[in-house]
Design a protein around this ligand. Structure first.
Ligand SMILES: *Cc1c(COP(=O)(O)O)cnc(C)c1O
Length: 425
């Protein structure tokens, strides 16, 4: 009998010290960083365990009870558990947990509802939407005719009159509401009325705010929209994957569009990690954490509003009702990329965003987005968000970098008061 190769049981640390070292480097970076990237979160240990489990070895083309293999009895139970938990959490009639990511969820839902060449009306990605809803350089714009709506210039809120005008003019098959960068609640009922008036399907892309919906801190589009797409790793703070919720009448079309329409075998390890995520998201602890997220974003926004004279950064819409805020750097005369680099230098991560009606020449030059999910995930509460807001304000005001050393020290002190992944030693 051939002996099993030792390499199969060797720990990463000794098998591949080079890679192990790189992962440790990233762990230390995460620990030291004030993470204000609005799409990032802190996954629970149990999610990491499920996602790194032996389930990765399994193929499972198909769905529970209808697979192309006979050996899926455990995978069937795992996927059914994830589905049932998601249905209960969101009050959804049908759930597909197989999309590999939020983008794949959008691909699946458009595949289910449209024929190639049909028109899709999505949220302008230069004004807060996501390219995979309609944009020319994504599958959405290649297979469908992509049209987009945006924000009103006056208040940077979604322009429902424009949605209605475009819907009447283009008769879309699908209207997608949902954003990557927006600060206020969207009126899903208003979108529903427009969709009904032109016979379109309504899809809500809740990639960013699904976690707030799960916690009851954001109006739920489930039941208003025909289908909702989401990620499980943004505010939901769990597995690195996507999911689709839909009406039961659309169940078989959505399932067939995801598999075999858009993907091969699902990722059983990720589905298991989704099941854990949905379990956690139903607990009081999670709701309390998400309440800290929303409260924390609001605190940082109000600190930045008060500091706007010295920072030259305007808080778009004057605040936030969700987990993220957006500042417009145009009045400061500085561009987002260089400011982002300065923030990085003191240990803060955030992203530069395109911003609606940017006065600066290069689109995307003036917006910086800050999210609260990761800091709340580390245990941050009112005091930590107040401190984070003040560090941010001082860093934005410190155009010439004179306070870099002091700001670095304040970030270091804040982060070391909130240990991250301490169970990893
Ligand atoms: C992040 C996001 C996506 C894509 O999700 P990925 O997991 O990055 O593929 C789609 N739509 C919106 C609104 C998003 O914010």
């Amino acid at each position: 009998m051939a002996e099993q190769a030792p390499v199969l049981s060797e720990p990463l640390e000794s098998l591949d010290p080079e890679l192990a070292g790189l992962i440790s480097g990233e762990l230390e970076r995460q620990r030291a960083t004030l993470d204000l990237v609005a799409s990032e979160s802190v996954p629970p240990r149990a999610v990491l365990e499920a996602q790194g489990s032996i389930l990765t070895a399994k193929y499972a083309d198909g769905f529970p009870g209808r697979r192309e293999y006979d050996t899926c009895e455990w995978i069937d139970r795992i996927e059914s558990l994830a589905i049932e938990r998601a249905k209960a959490l969101f009050g959804a009639e049908h759930v597909n947990v197989q999309p590999y990511s939020g983008s794949n969820a959008n691909a699946g839902v458009l595949h289910a509802l449209c024929q190639p060449g049909d028109t899709v009306l999505g949220w302008d990605f230069t004004q807060g939407g996501h390219p995979t809803q309609y944009a020319a350089d994504t599958f959405a714009g290649r297979f469908y005719k992509g049209v987009s709506y945006g924000l009103r210039r006056s208040d940077r809120l979604v322009d429902m009159d424009q949605v209605e005008v475009l819907a009447r003019r283009h008769k879309p098959r699908v209207i997608i509401a949902g954003w990557s960068c927006y600060q206020r609640h969207v009126d899903f009922e208003a979108f529903r009325r427009v969709a009904d008036s032109v016979g379109a399907y309504l899809v809500v892309d809740m990639a960013h705010f699904a976690g707030l919906v799960a916690a009851g801190l954001h109006p739920s589009p489930v039941g208003v929209a025909d289908a909702c797409t989401m990620t499980v790793h943004k505010t939901l703070s769990g597995a690195r994957g996507g999911a689709i919720l839909c009406r039961s009448q659309l169940a078989s079309a959505v399932d067939a569009a995801v598999f075999p329409g858009e993907q091969g075998s699902p990722l059983p390890h990720v589905i298991a990690a989704q099941a854990v995520t949905f379990l956690v998201a139903g607990t009081p602890e999670y709701r309390e954490r998400m309440a800290r997220v929303v409260e924390g974003a609001r605190t940082m926004a109000s600190v930045l509003v008060d500091a706007s004279e010295r920072t030259g950064a305007l808080v778009v819409t004057g605040g936030t009702d969700v987990h993220q805020l957006l500042v417009d750097l145009a009045p400061s005369g500085r561009d987002a990329r260089s400011v982002m680099a300065r923030l990085n230098e003191v240990g803060i991560s955030a992203n530069a965003m395109r911003i609606a009606y940017d006065a600066a020449p290069d689109p995307g030059a003036s917006g910086l987005r800050f999210g609260a999910t990761a800091l709340a995930g580390r245990g941050g509460g009112p005091a930590e968000f107040q401190a984070a807001g003040e560090i941010l304000a001082d860093a934005l005001a410190d155009g010439d970098g004179l306070r870099t050393g002091e700001l670095k020290e304040r970030v270091r002190a804040l982060m070391s008061s909130l240990p991250l992944f301490s169970y990893l030693g």
